[in-house]
Structures are given as C-alpha cells and as structure tokens.
Design a binder for this molecule. Sequence first.
Ligand code: SF4
Length: 176
Amino acid sequence: MKIKLNSVAMKGEFEREVDHLIEFAHDRGMDLTLIEEMPLGAVPHDRAKSFLPLNTVRSDLETRWTLTPIEDSTGSPARYARVEETGGRIGFITPLSCDFCASCNRVRVSCTGHLYTCLGSDSSINLREALRGSSGNEQVEALIFDAIAHKPQRHSLSVATETVSGIGRHMSVLGG
Ligand code: SF4
C-alpha cells in the first residue's frame, strides 16, 4: 500500500515544521504533498494572515534541500520534485498562487446526490431526483452532460476576497 501525506501550508507552525514533515514522510517511504489553504467555509482565523504561497515555501526549502523537478503524475494536480537528500517525492498543489483550473477535469458527487463541477463554486446539480424518478439513465446522463458543458473555467477564490466569496461549504463536505 502506498501512502501519501497531505499537509496544508499555513504561516506559523507549518514553516517551522516542514523540514520535519519531509523527514517523517520520506523516512517511511511516503510522498509528501503540500497544499495552499483554500478559502472554503468559515474559520476562526484570518486567512489573509495565515495564507502561505507555496512558491515562498519552495524557495525557502531550496536553501536547505535539493529539489529536482520531475514529471511524475498521481492523478492529482500536484507538481512533483525529488528531494535528493532523502530520495523521496514532494508535491506542490497551488490552487491560488498558480491557478491550474484550465487543466482541471474534476467533478464531485456529494453523498446527497449533488454534482459539483468546481470546488470553488457553490452551484451544484441535483442528480438524486433524476436517479430516483426514472428507470433509465437518459435523464441523469443529460444532466451530467449539461453540467460538464457549464463547468466553470476557473474558480473566483482569492485570499483578498475570501470573506465575500460566499462559499460557506467546508472542504470536508466534498473532500479535496
Ligand atoms: S477550483 Fe474548480 S476548476 Fe479550479 S481546479 Fe478546483 S475544481 Fe477545478
């Protein structure tokens, strides 16, 4: 079984502990993936103060570690580098500082049967009624095709506007 450790980058503790995270993960044969904090859901802290862009983290890491970019892909939007000192992989997921929406092909279905075509949008399509109200797949297929055709080209999240983005849904509702 291959384990990947995900860690959300935030100013403060994270900056002090990231080296230990690398050692912890790579000593155990795990990949480590760093992720920028996305402004979803209400939180008790000021995201403008906690947001830590990963290009800053990467520059800082490169003063202590040798990071060699690699083309590996795990199906996630992470861009990977090899940490030469450990031999392990480190991934960077940068939804805010380096918007990768243009290549996004992801949609998510909630446990209540709603299809979300973008993590950074509150809009969803209710598949449950079509699933329960018809015996064939045509109605559901039509809804899915229409939803994909209207998939947003990118999110409208930003740290500066997170308080007015209107996305009250926490990341945990849909998963990452
Ligand atoms: S914010 Fe939306 S479009 Fe951008 S990568 Fe995430 S799910 Fe895809």
